[in-house]
Design a protein around this ligand. Sequence first.
Ligand SMILES: [Zn+2]
Length: 415
Amino acid sequence: MNGYAFLRICAVLVIVFSIPQTSIAQIHLNRVSKAERSDGKGYVVRFHFDQPIDSFQVIQPATDLIQMQLFGKDIDTTGIDLPEIGGKIQEVRLYKMEDSYGVDIYLDQNVYVMASAYPDKYSDDLLLALTKATAYEVEVFTQQFLAKNWYLNVNPEDALEITMVPAAEPDDKFNDLADKLKFDTIVIDAGHGGKDPGNVGYKNTREKDIVLAISKKLGEYIEEYLPDVKVIYTREDDTFIDLYDRGSIANKHQGDLFVSIHANAWHNPSVRGTEVFFLGLHRSESSLEIMKKENMIFNDGEREVRELTEEELLIYELAHSGYIANSERIASMMDHQFSKRANRKSRGVKQAGFVVLYEASMPALLVEVGFLTNPSEQRFLASEYGQSIMASAIFRSIRDYKEEYERSQEITSSN
Ligand SMILES: [Zn+2]
């Protein structure tokens, strides 16, 4: 996204963002955490709410000051964890007012970022995006705003109602789910199914059948060799499941990993090899053809391709900073297994905008196990032997990742 487009999005977002309210019970703001974005484009600050707030506003009156107003009649911040003072994001201060909270975020003076905010689509949290820009761009951006003095928002006699919220013990963990010590649930998604055959290759081999067979073998290996991990399938037979529902199934079971299994096709039969994708902003041109096939939506017999917008990808990036790094890690472990242990030709690890991954709120991968249009790869993938090889390669990378993940969680929690 260029600087101008970004400015335009920011300008739209300073208008109060209204969120439909579902409940009038007390809303808890438990903590505010910060993280570096995995796309290297800046930082993200997360406001951890247990219910949606009414609305919010964000302005940036100076290069080093961002101000937010969070509206909600009954927001409670007792015992809130605020980020430690210092670093790029120097300090977060909260001011309690009658119908809202004022927030001041002070940045290091050498940091040049532009602020925008979004409700997290995966939780009730609010995400503040700080996107790197040039000093000049930030200067121009800030000129449209006047700093708010929270103390002027109330009558002088009520001035006591505005109180700064003291921070409890700082806690910089960014995603709530990432606090889990154990890797204990995996969601296996066999692509396509029912009226959607997926790719059809050599000898009319259908993607939906091949990937279901590999998915079931993978599930069996996990159940046998990792008995403490629960296996959830999005489909176990030849049924059609919407792309959006696949992610919802994964979220409902609070999976630690979502693996969507697919097989590829190409008009040139000599093309072959495996690919492992995770969702990211750096979409490569070569991924576009695959995205068109895997992002097909079936509406009343009509097929259409759903494309994720730049803004959707940015929100995913903000919400999942922690997960994206994990997804990339497992993707490279899986790629290693395919090429070094299963002796497949690897086409590498790539980023792309797959809808099925976008919906899952956890580390998530899409695997292309090979090309059904390549006669030798089709023979391999259609055979019991080939399916076992692919399933066990995926299994080993998950097993290794689980070990690594749990070891790192133990180290973090014992510190
Ligand atoms: Zn597919």
